[in-house]
Design a protein around this ligand. Structure first.
Ligand code: 5GP
Length: 190
């Protein structure tokens, strides 16, 4: 696809603060939109349909897979997560940057379909800090936190597939670092 927009993939373990980083990027970067994923998991408190996710049934998700409606999808924590293809293609064609907040398996697939995508992995300053943030979030019980930690270890072990790893210690610095990565890329410095 010949467009000026960049496909920006942001991954990182649950609790690392990806959502906040993405919100700040969207406010600061011109012509940049977020792709809203579909999921079969239940909404958490405060999550809104069409903003956090499109919350759909497993049947609808499987149907959308059959129809080729996803750019990528993956299945973990016993739920499906997927990126609707149409929105991403349309926005890139309009020369917009599109942010995907997706897991490492999805990122790998995106790399195959869009070799020019920019893959960013966001990690916590330490595993202890990640545990603290997950507990602080308070939306999940300990068993679920355990499974998210296991998944976090898996995600972080895949960071070598990414173009950059950014440690989210200080939010402002993290966002500034990502903006500078994008600026350099645009200038062709990479
Ligand atoms: P959560 O349930 O905490 O919202 O998300 C769990 C994981 O699913 C996170 O790592 C998140 O980045 C990932 N995720 C969210 N949407 C998608 C998607 O569309 N595709 C893929 N592959 N992963 C996703």
């Amino acid at each position: 696809m010949n467009s000026k927009g960049t496909l920006i993939v942001i991954s990182g373990p649950s609790g690392v603060g990806k959502g906040t980083v993405v919100d700040m990027l969207l406010k600061r970067l011109p012509d940049t939109v977020l792709s809203v994923s579909c999921t079969t998991r239940a909404p958490r408190e405060g999550e809104r349909e069409g903003k956090s996710y499109f919350f759909i049934s497993k049947e609808s998700f499987l149907k959308m897979i059959d129809e080729g409606g996803f750019l990528e999808y993956s299945n973990h924590f016993e739920n499906y997560y997927g990126t609707p293809k149409f929105f991403v293609e349309q926005k890139l064609a309009e020369d917009k940057n599109v942010i995907l907040e997706i897991d490492v398996d999805g990122a790998k697939h995106v790399r195959e379909v869009f070799p020019d995508a920019l893959l960013l992995m966001i990690t916590p300053p330490s595993r202890e800090e990640l545990i603290r943030r997950l507990r602080e979030r308070g939306t999940e019980d300990e068993v679920l936190i355990e499974s998210r930690l296991k998944r976090a270890d898996y995600e972080m072990s895949r960071s070598q597939f990414y173009d950059y790893t950014v440690i989210n210690d200080d939010l402002e610095k993290t966002v500034a670092q990502i903006i500078s990565i994008l600026d350099n890329r645009r200038k062709g410095l990479k």
